[in-house]
Design a protein around this ligand. Sequence first.
Ligand code: COA
Length: 637
Amino acid sequence: MWGICSRTMVKVGMAKPCGLVKPCHLVKPVSVTRVSGRYLTHQKGLPALPIPPLQQTCERYISALEPIVEVDELKNTKELLDEFQKAGGVGERLQRGLEKRASGTDNWLSQWWVQVAYLTYRLPVVVHSSPGLVLPRMNFRDKQGQIRFAAKLIAGVLDFKTMIDNETLPVEYLGGKPLCMNQYYELLSSCRIPGLKQDSVVNHAKSPRPPKHITVVHNFQFFVLDVYNSDGTPLTSNQLCVQLERICSSSLQTNMEPIGILTTQHRDQWGKAYLNLIKDKTNKRSVSAIQRSIFTLCLDGAMPRGSEEMRRSTAAVQMLHGGGSQWNSGNRWFDKTLQFIVGEEGMCGAIYEHAPAEGPPIVALIDHVVDYTGKPETTRCPMVPLPMPQKLPFNMTPEIKKDIEEAKHDMNILAEDLDMRVTVFGHFGKNVPKSHKMSPDAFIQIALQLAYYRMHQRCCATYESASLRMFRLGRTDTIRSASNASAAFVKAFDDLNKQNTEKVDLMGKAVAAHRSYTNMAISGQAIDRHLLGLKLQAVEENVSMPKVFTDPAYAKALHYCLSTSQVPSKADCVMCFGPVVSNGYGVCYNPMENHINFAVSSFNACEETNAARMAQAVESALLDMRTLLEQTPRAKL
Ligand code: COA
């Protein structure tokens, strides 16, 4: 079993985590400033990811376990940790090994991380790993509108790509410190390739002749669309519109084999099916064209009609998995790092394969695209005839057809199983916690703790992704939102014997503890990635696995019943993802100034969880916390 990442999973027995040591209100979130200077110079100037002191991690690990394991389990783990970290013990040896590794690499964790969290993770990328993103509903309702919007979207992405290519992307800052920009260089022209036991990622942006085409998929048929003129200028939206019309009119058949559905499979199965698929040279060329393309644009067919209340949730399902084989799940290549989805009735968004990047760079790109699509076209179309977009042929064999049937069947079970609820919490946003001098993110996380406790009468291991991008090639670490302070607060909240003054004091402490963990995580001093590193170092050095990593408490610590992430954006979007354990929730949120967008998921097969009830519980928790704050004078924190 695994827990989620930065929205991917980490094997149980492996951890994932992230923190800054400044008063929280001084920590500015990611802000964008233009700076001059080339990518490499910038990257070289970033600090290396630190390795926290062993004793610090062991102490913090025990505190993190306290709210989620039993007393006797905790006692046992303390004994194991004493043994692990004693002078001359295996812990010290592994710590030295990690330090040596760090001295010889740009980032001691990054390569391990991609392998462990993503490429050796074998559940389907769909729902289990790749996040979807829902854009605000666009102002079109017919095919023409769909095509026109898609053309502008492509032009917007190409505009962003120019900044990547010229290395003029604005450097981002967190807490006044510059962030690693590497992920931006991994988003385009890259693709995951299935393997039999482990996958890989190829990035063609760095090849001597980088690709000049995107792939467009319509009615399950894939097309290569060149998006640059012969003089190297990107096609204008008008030119792209013409090309997309040509694609749509040459792919009107709706009964094609959905070859893309193969990418929804369990990775071992897809690995086998892939070898079989590319045995045929034509298929191999077609697959390679998709893999090499800058990105994929999915022009979707209809989705099931639902109530207006469920519109956003249906859109999230469309972005996350396409709705099943009878709808749009086959209208994708899920291995592609970036796929933009344009629906028939104004529903738009994206899905990305998680191995190369986290949500924030994707959202920055999408914010740029949304801005771009809102502006009038300024570039004139060169009067040159454009080559016809090429349809990618696939030769079907009975074996490939059988693999497709199996993939359809499995995808439909997964689609049926996922319960997704997107809600807009409209009562307040970041404004209310800020007015009470609290970190909005910490306030929301503590509300999630309260909601979970009210629904399940217990605290659970909770994952929130924290950015490690202050460090070169940094990805994420884990903020463990369930703390002793949060447990004390959630247990007291509905206790009629407690005074409101005590409750509000406990809330302040819980929020402050969360922000303090966040600071610790983004400054590279959290526990999860360090524990993972020590474990992997044991494998590397071939020493017998220390008992701290086979301890049931470690498995409990990594069984994230709440897997959460804040992904803020300028546009009114929301990102969404699936739960990382069968009895868990996936919760992604975008806190805007006056409202908060939430996407909550769970699995229908689990009787104890329910996405709609959880979403409702989160809303009540936020409202109840505000009421408590407003009704109770608070001692100075
Ligand atoms: N009083 C008043 N205002 C406060 C405050 C306080 N005590 N604490 C924070 N604020 C303000 C901040 O200054 C900021 O203001 P702004 O909206 O004007 O910019 C705002 O509240 C938000 O701060 P906060 O809620 O504390 O969160 P954050 O923006 O620092 O983000 C994380 C916290 C953990 C989400 C962020 O550090 C991070 O790591 N993000 C990456 C997540 C990621 O990688 N996700 C990937 C998913 S695939």
